[in-house]
Design a protein around this ligand. Sequence first.
Ligand code: NDP
Length: 487
Amino acid sequence: MQNLLFIDGRFQAALAGGTIDVLSPSDGALITRIAAAEAADVDLAVAAAQRAFPAWSALAAAERGRLLLKLADKIEEHAEELAQLESRDTGHPIRDSRALDVPRTAACFRYFGGMADKIEGTVIPVEAGFLNYVQRKPIGVVGQIVPWNFPLMFTSWKMGPALAAGNTVVIKPSELTPLSTLRIAELMQEVGFPAGVVNVVPGYGHTAGQRLAEHHGVGKIAFTGSTVTGRRIVEASQGNLKRVQLELGGKGANIVFEDADLEAAINGAAWAIFHNQGQACIAGSRLILHERIADEFLERFTDLARSIRLGDPLDPHTEMGPLTSALHRDRVLAYADIAREQGGRILTGGKAPSDPELAAGYYVEPTVVEAQPGDRVAQEEVFGPFVTVLRFSTDEQALAIANGTQYGLGSGLWTRDLQRAHRMAANIRAGMCWINCYKRVSPGSPFGGLGESGYGREMGFEAIHDYTEARSVWVNVDAQIRPHYQR
Ligand code: NDP
């Protein structure tokens, strides 16, 4: 497959000739070397997207939709290949890439393919004699920066609504995991997307990413990543006051009440934190347990954590793969020391596995730590297979702990009490709340955060709104109504 930049419908080397090594997270071996976009390459990509915009936005909406639907079919035809590519590049267990990442990517493109010709305007009931209608128009060129944790899926979350609404795209995947986005570009070419509609510029954040965020030819920048980088994006966007959409970090509160179905809650809590090695902004990384069930819960939960099979991401029996980079593995492991220094108790994990077969990869054991709500491990996003346990005795306490961070993205609660469930869901400060489940997503349901988890929404009509401008048109429909100053 291609390992070059994709600009104006052609795969090409970076102008300065730079490359980046893409390493396998399971053994550190070189997978391939890709072209590294720098500012001048981003400029070329934005210029190509600007040239493509008039024709793409003028194309019948159903035609844009048809291309997205064809792409969804194409992704399904190449499902196994894409699953393998994603697992090799990111470390996702292949069973997850097959069952989740690839189908969800196809479903997202299909959803927005179907949406393309349903982006309707509105007629506003204004005073007699006037017709006021509002159209939703594409913004223009949008810049999109996707991180390394779900590169394939996030490519569809970002590109699907942008393209359906008639925008053209310059997308920068993380230099750690660029392969599935480049492969999607090839498939887009095959199904007939016109040149320049989508441009892919893998490169470093501080060069290519920064240039995209500050570029005056870009009308909107959509970013998924850390809150720290999110702030930089906002600063960089100021030059032309471009629109900004931020999907940032999280510290998901997952509350288990004393009346919960414990078996379901234990399994659900493990899924909430250990899926994708905990590298998810919505991960249920704070497990908030009612004191009456906490001891039994923790005994069973830590047993389950210890039983999770770590291994080669391409082995279908593997339940947890390596973290995506060595740097990130070290960052996650450092949090075990931070927990200990603040008096936290490591109940299991907190280290790399001892299995010599895993020694070359970036693995971390499933880690369960008991701490206090103000501790760093209860406040900061660890972004690994690392869950912080906190205890509570009343609903009010549970809510105060849940809402006691800067973040507000994913959250969950486990209870059989219907009234309590709805009451809590209404009061947890988070963009998403799952009741007796966790981490459910659908292309139709808005996804995004509050507070320092960012703003704007992916998915559904909300995403279409975020990728369009409302234009209001006033028509005088009554000949008797004259302009002012008429003599
Ligand atoms: P970053 O936020 O630094 O990176 C995310 C993306 O932004 C990457 O493509 C990165 O490129 C790019 N980027 C970095 N700096 C800039 C910049 N100045 N301008 C534009 N783009 C930029 O995350 P990290 O990879 O450093 O991970 C650190 C932490 O971030 C994690 O531990 C986790 O807590 C959080 N995170 C959250 C994610 C989420 O889904 N919300 C996803 C990833 C990380 P490059 O790779 O070259 O730096």
